[in-house]
Design a protein around this ligand. Structure first.
Ligand code: AMP
Length: 191
């Protein structure tokens, strides 16, 4: 987990490549559907382009479908999910159905000024429709309002590991790996 621009996607990709896990990125799935112009894609886009979250029910249904396709042995790294407390509660129930559980929650901490800088650069390089200054501001506010409480939800279960997300990609990756290896570690949060 982490605010927009914190490096979730990049770090998730590195982790799955190295650990042989499966990355389940709800944002990527929505973008794929958007490009293909499916019904789900059109619906998702109408929210994404404004920086708003896709409704919980739509998102949870999509995750449920994906989970059904995977074996119990597949280790999953959720990237950008759950983003609301309702999604987190739905995920707990869903995983219980599959006799599974959340092992750890990694939270990337990056100061707001640094996030804005990174997203402006990504907007130039990748031309994501939601990386314009107005939408970036909305996405940050939505994160603080709706997703920060999810971190608290998992903090109550003692599952959260905060990672200092500043600096080079490889340095952050090393902190992530260390946090995962040591069940009691805290890499020294930035915020
Ligand atoms: P991301 O690629 O994770 O930054 O997600 C891009 C956009 O997809 C978000 O701003 C939301 O509009 C939508 N999205 C991705 N994941 C979720 C989720 N778990 N719940 C609701 N909307 C989501």
């Amino acid at each position: 987990m982490g605010p927009p621009g914190s490096g979730k996607g990049t770090q998730a990709q590195l982790l799955v490549d190295r650990a042989g896990w499966l990355q389940l990125s709800t944002g990527e799935i929505f973008r794929k559907h958007g490009k293909e112009g499916t019904k789900l894609g059109r619906l998702a886009r109408s929210y994404m382009d404004r920086g708003q979250y896709v409704p919980d029910e739509v998102t949870v249904d999509m995750v449920r479908e994906r989970l059904r396709e995977l074996t119990r042995e597949t280790r999953i790294l959720f990237d950008g999910f759950p983003r609301t407390v309702a999604q987190a509660e739905a995920l707990d129930k869903l995983l219980a159905e599959f006799d599974r559980h959340v092992g750890a929650v990694l939270v990337l901490d990056v100061p707001r000024e640094e996030l804005a800088k990174r997203l402006r650069r990504r907007g130039e390089l990748e031309s994501r429709a939601d990386d314009t200054p107005e939408v970036i501001a909305t996405r940050y506010d939505v994160y603080i309002q709706q997703t920060a409480p999810v971190v608290e939800h998992y903090e109550r279960n003692g599952l959260v590991k905060r990672i200092d997300g500043r600096g080079a990609v490889e340095d952050v990756a090393a902190r992530m790996a260390a946090a995962l290896a040591d069940p009691t570690s805290d890499s020294g949060a930035a915020a």
